[in-house]
Write a protein that binds this ligand. Structure first.
Ligand code: ABV
Length: 261
């Protein structure tokens, strides 16, 4: 898979040399190119921003450098990549979206700064390539760079061959179908007692049926506690009688903890 990233801070992407993604690049599974947006400016100050029409705080990224950058990295006469633009006003980025993007040949990430990129840039790009404006969550970053690092890691690890057998995608909390999208429960390794805390006895029992049941209980409890809205999305027939009893014990659906409490 080819990834292009356009940013005014190419140094932000040094982490892509490291660990899983770094290895995927070295083995040729990922071909990553980071571009400095300012290389498509022509003035002595390499200006990329200007004041917003209509007034208001902050600065907006000018369309001309972005237009030239997108033309250069995704030539109008060539095969079109998917353009991915992180913005708090985008669609929520999910594991399902990461899996779809992992199946693309070529992704082009555009990192905005300031109050965003002049809207005509995405409008025009969308006439010649698929565009996804995506949000990582309801918080505001200083720019799209860190969001792109997050997405590249989430997408990259889903490319066949990138994860080793030791890792493996199948039972991630949000892997489609994994534990029907419950959160994962707690995990333990040796030693069996650490600072007077014993590993739950059942995990040492060798009773694989009982272990699976215990893990599911833990997953249900943790999901009810931290992400009750996920339980609301479960098809009712995926919950057996024991599941329903565990959930009733947590107080679900009447639980509703929040910061106001
Ligand atoms: C992109 N905040 S994505 C550009 N959560 C600027 C801020 C920002 C993003 C996000």
């Amino acid at each position: 898979m080819r990834l292009d990233i356009i940013s005014i801070f190419p140094e932000y992407f040094a982490p892509l040399d490291v660990s899983l993604i770094g290895k995927a690049r070295r083995t040729g599974l990922l071909d990553v190119h980071v571009h400095d947006l300012r290389s498509w400016t022509h003035d002595r100050h390499r200006t990329v921003d200007d004041t917003p029409y209509g007034g208001g705080p902050g600065m907006v990224m000018k369309p001309e450098p972005w237009g030239e950058a997108l033309d250069a990295v995704a030539p109008p006469d060539g095969p079109a990549p998917r353009l991915v633009v992180p913005t708090p006003s985008g669609r929520p980025f999910t594991q399902a979206m990461a899996a779809e993007m992992a199946a693309e040949e070529h992704l082009l990430f555009a990192c905005g700064r300031y109050e965003g990129i002049d809207s005509r840039v995405v409008q025009e790009a969308a006439t010649r390539m698929p565009v996804s404006e995506v949000s990582l969550g309801d918080f505001v970053l200083a720019g799209g760079e860190v969001a792109v690092l997050v997405m590249v890691e989430a997408i990259g690890r889903l490319i066949p061959g990138v994860l080793g057998n030791a890792e493996s995608v199948a039972d991630d909390s949000f892997a489609p179908g994994a534990m029907e999208s419950l959160l994962e429960g707690p995990v333990f390794t040796k030693p069996p007692v650490w600072r007077e805390r014993a590993v739950p006895e059942i995990l040492l029992s060798g009773n694989h049926g009982a272990i699976a049941r215990w893990r599911r209980d833990q997953a249900l409890r943790r999901t009810a506690e931290n992400r009750p809205e996920l339980l609301g999305r479960l098809a009712p027939e995926t919950l057996d009688k024991h599941d329903r009893k565990i959930l009733a014990d947590t107080g679900f659906p009447e639980h509703g903890e929040d910061m106001a409490n």
